[in-house]
Design a protein. Structure first.
Length: 244
């Protein structure tokens, strides 16, 4: 069982999440629930924690500040955030700190089940490939699958170096290995995933092109436009207009 803690300043939500969802059926056990991230950090100093389910809006420390704290300390803990606000700035910050997922209130049973089953599968893959530093991998298909899954999850912020660290490989070796086994360069695959995600985001007409640019990892919208046009032969706005 993986150890999960829950943080929410609202007692009813916190206890409801802790006690009325079948966590053990999907491989998690709730080892603590807290009304503030500060108390959770104190608990984590002396206790093992694999995953944190945390509300964003709290008085002493927000969920985003908590995620930032874990990210800066390089803690090997996955974070799932809950928010009542569907705001671009929250999403962008969550991506920066490599939050696993961002759930909107009211969180449904299906939302939790889907997110935590996916999280459990990702953690399983990570455990399998731990300690494979710079060795010729024996489970080639599994490692390629893990690399692609990691890119699909962290496409906006990852790099060759980050991905290599995740699967415990040297970056140069990973680049050669990926090309040899897939026939595609690492950066070409990453670009293709970024652009595919950009097209998905275009279905949300509340998002401006520069929002989408940032969400797929481009600080400069012009660079995003050039990359998009190179792959699809037309600018993002032109492509979007043709879909409406």
């Amino acid at each position: 069982m993986r150890e999960l803690i829950i943080i929410d300043d609202e007692y009813e939500i916190r206890t409801g999440l802790a006690n009325y969802f079948p966590w053990e059926e999907i491989g998690f056990t709730v080892t603590g629930s807290f009304d503030s991230p500060v108390k959770a950090i104190e608990f984590m100093r002396d206790n093992s924690v694999d995953v944190v389910l945390c509300d964003i809006k709290m008085p002493c420390m927000t969920g985003l500040e908590f995620a930032k704290n874990l990210h800066e300390e390089n803690r090997n803990v996955e974070v799932v955030l809950i928010s009542g606000y569907k705001e671009f700035d929250f999403l962008k910050e969550a991506m920066k700190y490599k939050v696993f997922d961002y759930l909107l209130k009211p969180v449904t049973y299906e939302d939790l089940k889907k997110t935590f089953r996916t999280l459990s599968a990702d953690l399983d893959k990570k455990q399998v490939f731990k300690g494979e530093e710079d060795k010729e991998p024996e489970e080639v298909e599994g490692i390629i699958s893990t690399i692609k899954a990691y890119i699909n999850k962290y496409y906006a912020t990852t790099s060759l170096k980050d991905t290599a660290a995740f699967v415990h490989m040297n970056p140069n070796y990973l680049s050669r290995f990926f090309k040899q086994k897939t026939g595609e360069y690492f950066f070409d695959y990453l670009l293709r995933i970024k652009m595919r995600k950009a097209i998905d985001l275009m279905n949300n007409h509340e998002l401006k092109t520069y929002h989408i640019s940032e969400m797929v990892g481009y600080n400069n919208p012009n660079n995003f436009t050039r990359a998009f046009k190179k792959l699809f032969g037309k600018a993002p706005k032109e492509y979007r207009n043709q879909q409406t």
